[in-house]
Design a protein around this ligand. Structure first.
Ligand SMILES: Nc1nc2c(ncn2[C@@H]2O[C@H](COP(=O)(O)OP(=O)(O)OP(=O)(O)O)[C@@H](O)[C@H]2O)c(=O)[nH]1
Ligand SMILES: [Mg+2]
Length: 344
């Protein structure tokens, strides 16, 4: 399915039903009193976080959403039926703005979260309500108020704990397949991954984290080369970046150190804050190097990069070193979540 992460939709809540002006008319009872009932409230429009969606693609086809109006009141003091609320399912991570005012309406960050985006109209009052000692036969009633109308901009910024970063073919999708049940396509040509995928990594019964696999970046991505950097925004809400590097490129011209620097330059061009985000170096494809060369290659890369952060050496394809990486990630996330909840 096509990946869409920005759409504009229109939502209209239901109008409130009008009150009714009516009088009791029964045989042998002249001058029966007022008996007009109230109208019903209009339905409101809500967005609902749906964990099974990961794109806004459905909104390319249907862009207008109307909740039902409340029914008008009737005689015999019958209240009109309220209009049903309308729930629109959106992926978790959807940010909602009012197009007209550019105001932020909210952020759907959890499955099952309901966000009110257009309030239904209030019901009108029937003439029974206006009965008083001085006016026993009021003809007055009120109409329902209109439901809110809004034009909304929906923007999806995937919510993942960990983001994968790297050149095409570094093995990002292979890694996500090795550690989660997600099955993104893997192939030996660049730009196999065309849109972000999420994978849930289950570490034990109730400990897990979410990894986002994003399309590979190349030099000049900030200017639109390759698939560009438009997917980098999906890394904005991650806590940790894994920077994957092919440590055994098949030709001598490709230097892993250059490859890392190119990606850093693109990050910087997109959003300097991303460069300061916690980032771990993951040297992949170690299976392609003879055992005795691995450590030398690793040291050479770290030294030339002057890398001081954590470094891992793995073979995503053989799942070597991947479990250790997963454990370290879980530990790091537990600690940083702990820091957040303790306000440190
Ligand atoms: N030998 C070896 N090959 C690997 C390893 N990891 C990935 N590959 C191969 O490298 C190629 C690219 O892997 P992908 O996982 O598609 O790479 P990617 O980073 O997702 O690439 P894009 O989606 O194009 O950005 C495939 O042919 C994989 O089989 C590894 O650990 N060892
Ligand atoms: Mg891929």
């Amino acid at each position: 399915m096509k990946f869409v992460d920005e759409v504009i939709i229109q939502v209209k809540a239901g109008d409130g039903g009008s009150g009714c002006a009516s009088f009791r008319r029964e045989k042998y009872i002249p001058f029966g009193g007022p008996n007009g009932g109230d109208g019903g409230d209009g339905g409101s429009v809500y967005l609902l976080g749906d964990p099974n969606l990961n794109t806004l693609a459905d909104f390319r086809h249907v862009r207008t959403f109307n909740a039902r109006r409340g029914e008008n009141g009737k005689g015999d003091n019958c209240t009109g039926r309220g209009g049903e609320d309308l729930l629109i399912n959106v992926p978790v991570g959807t940010i909602v703005r009012n197009v007209e005012t550019d105001e932020l309406i909210g952020d759907v960050t959890a499955a099952g979260q309901k966000l009110l985006v257009a309030q239904g109209g209030f019901h009108g009052l029937g003439n029974t309500r206006f009965k008083s000692s001085t006016n026993r036969a009021p003809r007055k009633f009120t109409t329902g108020s209109p439901g809110e109308f809004r034009e909304l901009q929906l923007e999806l910024k995937l919510l993942a704990d960990v983001g994968l970063l790297g050149m095409p073919n570094a093995g990002k999708s292979t890694l996500i397949r090795a550690v989660s049940s997600a099955r993104p396509k893997v192939a030996d040509y660049p730009f196999t991954t065309l849109y972000p995928n999420l994978g849930v990594v289950r570490v034990s019964m109730n400990r897990s984290f979410v990894v986002a696999d994003i399309p590979g970046l190349i030099e000049g991505a900030a200017e639109g080369a390759g698939l560009g950097i438009r997917f980098l925004k999906h890394l904005a809400r991650t806590h940790l970046l894994l920077h994957l590097v092919d440590m055994a490129p098949f030709n001598d011209i490709t230097d892993p150190v250059d490859e890392v620097r190119k990606i850093e330059a693109e990050l910087e061009a997109f959003n300097p804050e991303l460069v300061t985000r916690e980032r771990w170096l993951v040297l992949n494809k170690m299976d392609l190097l003879p055992k005795h060369e691995r450590e030398t290659r690793r040291r050479d890369i770290i030294e030339r990069l002057q890398w001081h952060g954590p470094v891992f050496m793995i073979s995503a394809i053989d799942k070597e070193g991947t479990q250790e990486l997963v454990q370290k990630i879980m530990q790091y996330l537990d600690e940083s979540r702990g820091r957040m909840t303790h306000g440190i």
